[in-house]
Structure formats: C-alpha cells, structure tokens
Design a protein around this ligand. Structure first.
Ligand code: BTX
Length: 329
C-alpha cells in the first residue's frame, strides 16, 4: 500500500533514531492504532521494528529476503518498478518478462528472482544464478526510440551498474565492450538485451541484469572461476541485495530519462570513463573472421570503434572481443 511505502520511507530515512507514533500518525493521516497494524505487516515481510513507549518506532533490521514489497518500500522512482514481480525460483526472469510484455505489462515492470534454473547469457550461453546470492532481474521497457538504437540501452545499463558499484562498494568497476562489468579483470555482472520490434517501432525491450553479489569462491562453478567473481569475493563484504536493487532502479531511471531527453553523447562519455583497455590491442571475432586492432572507444552511436594496422578505422556493431595475446591473428 502507498501508506506503507511512505511509512518505510520515513523510517529508512531516520534510521537509528526513533520516530514518534504521533508524528507518523500526523504525517500519514492515519490513527496510531493503524500505524501499529502497519508495523506488524512490515514484520511479516522481514523487518525488525522496535517500538518504545514515549519514544516511538525505529527499524532494527531490514529484511534480508527479497519480495515485491521489500523492493518497493522505500524505492524512490517515478515509473520504474511500480510493478514488481518476484519469484523465489524460475527458469529465467527474461521468459517471464516476455510473457508479461505480450500481456501488455507497463513500461518499467521489474521481474526478479532469488534463483534461476536456466539463466540466459547472450547467444544461448548459460548464466549461473546461485540461489539468494545475486541480482537476477529483468526490466521491461517500451522505449519510443528507433529499433536500431536499442543497443545503446545496453551500454546505458552498463554505465548504470558501474555507477552503482563504484558508489556502493570500494571497488573500481570496468566495462568490457559491450556489456560485461569487470572487477579486477573478472566478470561480476552481465547484461542481456532482447527486443521485440517492427521495422520502425519498438514494441518492447527486456533488459536482463545479472550481478554476482554474495557468492563465495565455492559458489562459482569451476569452469568459469578463472574469469568470474562476485562483490563478496572482491571486497570480503556481504551486500544487501534489496538496497542494491533499489539503488540500481533509481540510477537507471535517472539515466534513462536523461538519455531519452538528451540522446547518447553523455552515455558515451560515461561509458568511456569506465571502458576497459581503451587504446590497447584487442582481438575481434565475428562469424566470418578473426583479427586484431586497436580499441579506440565507442562511436557517437555506440558502435565499437577500432583502428587496424593499416590505419583503417572501423565501426563494429556486433562482434565478440577479447584481449590480444601475442601470436594471434
Ligand atoms: P554473456 O553471454 O556475456 O556471458 C555468459 C558467459 O559468462 C558464460 O558463457 C560463462 O562463460 C560466463 N558466466 C556464466 N555465468 C556467469 C556468472 N554468474 N558470472 C560470471 N560469468 C558467468 C551475459 O551474457 C548476460 C547475462 C544476463 C543474465 C541476466 S540474469 C536476469 C536475466 N535472466 C536471464 O536469464 N538472463 C538475464
């Protein structure tokens, strides 16, 4: 309920301090008995709240479990996450997002899961989604932009994740083109953008975000542990998944609104400020061939900008890149 949302906002803001029942009752325009009932509801969702006579209420502990409510309470957004679907376990949040999109779910709908049993990466690759230890989330958007611009949303999402991680943690995130978030050269997050569109109009876009948060080394499957990591592994700290999600949603909404208003230039600058190995030689793979070139940055439309040995400058829209090792083509 919106009353409960307001209540959480007040309590979260004044954390550690007591807020009097009188104040709450005036602020929310409900009786003190009603406030007490709301507090009981919050406790059902995992909040620990202390109520002291003469002093008032305060939050002792925010819920650890993820739910539609815990994501929405205290969420400071205008349109993103007004509808949240949470599943304890599901094959892939992308599937649910597509389904809801066909059933006309609104722009800004969020689907989150504690666990995915068939998490998807790009090009049918697998995405490991350990139960309760990461952010496995899809965002449904109905952007009024031309379909060919949709890849810019992936780059925008990468800058949002990099911004949030650099603010909320002590680590320095880097973005590997187009969309891997690396910490100490290892992958911590990935983004999968899928789109349904006609020639000149996007029906919807689903942006899938996977972030390894609280995995320990033993949670990372052996076949990827040389190139994958988590926030916990890199910082020795556990993170509050709900807080991170809220921060991502708030940052995403601002970045998205600015992008729709002002276009790509600011996203490009931000992306490049986090860009990994700009100026270095990279190995490029497409379906047809394999070559290396200098990574110059991204173009004003988001394409990968490279310069080959013969000085030819190329824009690439879909390719895989890797770090160049001596002896490769
Ligand atoms: P990607 O194709 O760039 O990365 C997939 C590759 O990354 C895999 O082939 C594997 O080598 C490696 N990998 C797999 N799982 C992990 C992991 N947990 N951490 C680090 N590396 C890994 C990136 O695709 C896009 C990922 C999007 C995931 C989100 S989660 C919510 C949504 N639902 C869904 O099914 N996918 C998206």
């Amino acid at each position: 309920s919106s009353t409960r949302n307001k209540l959480i906002k007040i309590l979260e803001k004044t954390r550690n301090e007591y807020v009097s029942g009188q104040f709450l009752s005036e602020e929310l325009n409900i009786s003190r008995a009603a406030i007490w009932k709301h507090m009981k509801e919050l406790e059902k969702d995992g909040y620990e709240i202390e109520g002291k006579s003469k002093k008032g209420y305060r939050i002792l502990k925010s819920p650890e479990k993820l739910s539609e409510n815990t994501v929405q309470w205290g969420l400071n957004t205008k349109w993103l996450g007004k509808k949240v679907i949470h599943k304890p376990t599901t094959a892939s949040t992308q599937h649910i997002a597509h389904q809801l999109a066909q059933e006309s779910a609104p722009h800004g709908t969020i689907i989150i899961a504690d666990e995915q049993t068939a998490g998807k990466g790009r090009m049918n690759r697998k995405w490991h989604s350990t139960a309760g230890k990461g952010i496995w989330m899809s965002i449904l958007l109905r952007p009024e932009i031309l379909p060919y611009l949709a890849p810019q949303l992936t780059l925008l999402t990468a800058t949002v994740l990099a911004d949030v991680l650099s603010k909320d943690t002590t680590i320095e995130p880097k973005i590997k083109w187009p969309n891997d978030i690396l910490i100490n050269s290892k992958k911590t997050a990935g983004i999968l953008t899928e789109m349904q569109a006609e020639q000149d109009q996007i029906q919807y876009v689903v942006i899938g975000i996977g972030i390894n948060v609280n995995q320990t080394t033993s949670d990372i499957p052996e076949n990827i542990n040389s190139k994958a990591t988590s926030l916990q592994i890199e910082t020795n700290n556990a993170f509050d998944i709900t807080n991170l999600i809220q921060h991502i949603l708030q940052t995403f909404e601002n970045a998205y609104d600015a992008y729709i208003k002002n276009g790509f230039p600011n996203v490009k600058d931000k992306w490049e400020s986090y860009g990994f190995r700009i100026g270095e030689t990279i190995q490029i793979k497409t379906i047809k061939k394999n070559w290396h070139a200098t990574f110059l940055g991204i173009a004003e439309d988001g394409a990968l900008l490279t310069k080959a040995e013969d000085e030819e400058i190329k824009r690439l829209y879909s390719a895989e890149i890797d770090w160049y090792k001596e002896g490769e083509d």
